[in-house]
Design a protein around this ligand. Structure first.
Ligand SMILES: Cc1ncc(COP(=O)(O)O)c(C=O)c1O
Length: 385
């Protein structure tokens, strides 16, 4: 039986959240928080900007709007045991990078406990684990058939064999693989392992749909991470969302720095989840999906690029293999594109199952045209050498 108290570190489980006078009173002459009542120093930010005040620690309006959007677009609404998400299921972070760090700190005892990751995957899980002195064990994705799906049986065997593993990170869609993990595989792990949390990182989910966020109302061992950095085009404001059971969300909220989300970030985030902006986000994602197919067709048709792209098209990038998996040529192409053509892509050839691969983010139509032309010219020259 899943028991949250056994998963969260004891001192964090019993943490009392930081409280301030403004939790009780928000109006009147505010002399409670040692702010500067004369207003912000840059003259163009007058007292109306309120930037001399600490931000709202809770962002309830944003959370409620986001939860409503995830409910409305969920594939799992009619699954037995699934309920509507509310603001109580959410905790916000300074990008999902902070959310990743928070969930590791909340659960793993340094120098003792472990996380499981599935390479090839996003490297921040291991970076945060290392910073927290938490060991990382690996259960590779299935790479031989280009599916890059989770190896469910092997993952379950590893998780159930080692009680020190507290978190199982699944990236869906994957980075750099671009493959959304099949829901049945995630559910098998949720149902087959109860001594830790399954963390599904959905940074790119709006490019393909199928978010697992609503499943946190049924599975207390599920945590879903999302971000405004990708489909919402707001990487600069740094806002990540964690969806979890209300019990776990309460703990994560108690643990976070009280004012981690700035007033500016809050304001932009709230605007982003208004209905017309949600529609705009969906339209932009659909436009990028179309461009992605065009980019993929153009690049995989080139001499020296493998006909089959590597991984999937579920995120906002593609991965292509150069010269049958030639890391030297792929690296040279990457370097020439950046230094001669002025187009920066990412070399991923040292990742498992990605030899000779470059990952290319889908840009604007104009940027993609330039990338395709420069890629063709530069690769042709390298192939002649
Ligand atoms: C899988 C994945 N998770 C999380 C992030 C980080 O997102 P954020 O900008 O919200 O920190 C990225 C960014 O590239 C990513 O690829």
């Amino acid at each position: 039986m899943f028991d949250l108290q056994k998963i969260v570190r004891p001192k964090i489980y019993s943490l009392e959240p930081y409280r301030c006078a403004r939790d009780d009173f928000t109006e009147g002459i505010l002399l409670d928080a040692n702010e500067n009542a004369h207003g912000p120093v840059p003259a163009e930010l007058d007292i109306d900007s309120q930037l001399h005040r600490y931000p709202d620690p809770h962002q309830l309006q944003f959370k409620s709007a986001m939860a409503a959007y995830r409910n409305r677009t969920s594939d799992f609404k009619s699954v037995e045991g699934v309920k509507d998400l509310t603001a109580d299921n959410m905790c916000l972070g300074v990008g999902s990078d902070e959310s990743i760090d928070a969930i590791i700190r909340a659960t793993c005892v340094p120098a003792t406990e472990k996380i499981l990751v599935m390479p090839p995957t996003y490297s921040m899980y291991s970076v945060c684990a290392n910073i927290n002195d938490v060991e990382v064990v690996q259960c590779p994705l299935i790479v031989d058939d280009n599916s890059f799906q989770v190896d469910t049986e092997r993952a379950l065997a590893m998780l159930n064999a080692d009680p020190l593993i507290k978190l199982c990170f699944i990236t869906s869609p994957g980075n750099p693989t671009g493959v959304r993990i099949e829901a049945e595989r995630i559910i098998s792990i949720l149902e087959g392992w109860d001594s830790g949390l399954v963390v599904v990182d959905e940074a790119y989910i709006d490019f393909c749909g199928g978010s697992t966020a609503q499943l946190v109302t049924k599975y207390p061992n599920l945590v879903t991470l999302q971000t405004l950095s990708k489909s919402f085009g707001l990487a600069g404001i740094r806002l990540g969302m964690t969806y979890a059971s209300a019990d776990l969300a309460r703990i994560l909220n108690a643990m976070k720095a009280p004012y981690n989300i700035s007033s500016m970030t809050s304001d932009y985030a709230l605007t982003a989840v208004q209905n017309d902006n949600l529609k705009r986000m969906e339209e932009t994602a659909a436009k990028m999906n179309k461009e992605q197919v065009r980019l993929m067709k153009a690049l995989t048709a080139l001499d020296g690029v493998q006909d089959q792209y590597v991984g999937g098209l579920d995120a906002n990038f593609i991965m292509v293999r150069i010269n049958g998996g030639d890391n030297t040529m792929a690296k040279e192409l990457y370097y020439k594109l950046a230094t001669v053509s002025g187009v920066v892509v990412r070399f991923r050839g040292t990742e498992l199952g990605c030899t000779g691969c470059l990952r290319v983010t889908v840009g604007t139509e104009e940027e993609n045209n330039k990338l395709i032309a420069e890629f063709e010219k530069t690769l042709a020259a390298l192939m002649k050498k």
